[in-house]
Write a protein that binds this ligand. Structure first.
Ligand SMILES: Cc1cc2nc3c(=O)[nH]c(=O)nc-3n(C[C@H](O)[C@H](O)[C@H](O)COP(=O)(O)O)c2cc1C
Length: 241
């Protein structure tokens, strides 16, 4: 399978970056191909604005989604974004690898999504969830968390980690049509010794090698989304599709 691993960490010697390297090595040894997008290493610019495009559909007022529709129809994305979009289109599995920063992803990762997940490329046209443009691809979050597992449990101060990650798993990945597998979570790496870290690396390698067998997160279906969220009738939704 073709993996794309998007890594957001400023320090190559960090636990997060080491985890990414162990995962990539395991995949390559198993005969998979891996495309690493190391966002800090390539100096990815997370700011989304007119520079996303080579031309303007409307030079007077910037509306990102309108410009994305135009660029999708005319091949008008910047070279930098087109490269990332092509990588995404070619992959079977997307892995987003990052440390939790303020209960979410680092800004550089969010910027990659803001810019690369363009309407007309990863979503749009009334196609979402099981009819989404990314259907047929798997996605997984690989996340390091400073706090303990207890702090991210039902009775912990932050609540369950899956709830924290829900906007990414469901609102972004599932919405675009990815089949989303359970995230790989590594808690409190700073408190772990070498042996425990090695065990996490081995567990992660196993998870990636057998990602097709990993449990999938339950996801909304497009019919339910249209019926309960957009409030269109099932009849209208079927006609629109
Ligand atoms: C800006 C910033 C915000 C952070 N926010 C959180 C947080 O909300 N919850 C948490 O558990 N840890 C938080 N942390 C700790 C990181 O999650 C932790 O350092 C990281 O996962 C450990 O992996 P690393 O050694 O690869 O950086 C934060 C760290 C930074 C630098």
């Amino acid at each position: 399978m073709r993996f794309i691993c998007v890594l957001a960490h400023p320090e190559p010697a960090s636990f997060t970056a080491s985890l990414a390297r162990h995962g990539m090595k395991a995949l390559e040894q198993s005969g998979h191909s891996v495309d690493l997008v190391d966002l800090y290493a390539i100096g990815f610019d997370p700011i989304s604005d007119r520079r996303n495009f080579v031309a303007a559909a409307n030079p007077d007022r910037f509306d990102q989604q309108d410009e994305e529709r135009h660029a999708a129809a005319t091949g008008g994305f910047s070279t930098e974004l087109q490269l990332e979009m092509d990588r995404l289109a070619a992959c079977d599995v997307l892995v987003l690898q990052f440390p939790i920063w303020w209960l979410g992803m680092p800004a550089i990762m969010k910027g990659w999504i803001d810019r690369v997940f363009a309407i007309g490329r990863t979503y749009g046209g009334g196609r979402w969830f099981d009819r989404g443009l990314m259907r047929g691809k798997l996605a997984m979050l690989a996340v390091t968390i400073g706090g303990t597992e207890q702090a991210y449990s039902e009775c912990g101060i932050y609540g369950p980690a899956l709830d924290m990650l829900r906007p990414i798993n469901h609102g972004i990945l599932g919405f675009c049509g990815f089949d989303v597998v359970e995230p790989f979570l590594a808690y409190a790496p700073a408190r772990k010794g070498d042996q425990e870290r090695d065990e996490i690396f081995a567990e992660y390698a196993g998870r990636l090698r057998h990602i097709e067998r990993a449990p999938r997160l339950p996801m909304l279906h497009s019919d339910d989304y249209e019926h309960f969220v957009l409030k269109t009738s099932r009849h209208e939704a079927t006609r629109a599709a």
